[in-house]
Design a protein. Structure first.
Length: 123
């Protein structure tokens, strides 16, 4: 069976790094992916796809990307479920990211921080 997803889109908010109880890094992001056609009003709509990033991919994405950053991802589609606080079963479908490419320029605050670090080291 084939389970492969490739998407290019923009992050809908700043990624947030979390740690599992085992110490693994994880970040859940939503990717806004434009459709290739216009609706009846002539507007281009977008799909909002939930993605899970693990380990170094999660750490790098949180360090170098911000809301609006364009990224390309490949991964696999996964469905999981859990019981919420009200006892209701919740189903989640998301892309588990295997590779990510940063397609935007570095955000200004990341560039400024790197220059500050270089100056303090004397590069």
């Amino acid at each position: 069976m084939i389970n492969q997803v490739t998407l290019v889109g923009r992050l809908t908010k700043d990624p947030e790094l979390k740690k599992t109880p085992e110490g693994n890094s994880v970040a859940h992001v939503t990717l806004a992916v434009s459709r290739h056609f216009r609706n009846h009003n002539g507007e281009i709509e977008a799909d909002f796809v939930q993605c899970a990033l693990w380990r170094k991919a999660a750490e790098n994405t949180c360090q170098y990307c911000r809301k609006g950053s364009v990224v390309g991802i490949t991964g696999r589609l996964q469905t999981r479920n859990y019981e919420n606080k009200e006892g209701k079963r919740v189903y989640v479908t998301e892309v588990v990211v295997e590779t990510i490419r940063f397609l935007s320029a570095k955000p200004h605050d990341v560039v400024t921080e790197q220059k500050r670090e270089e100056a303090s080291v004397g590069i």
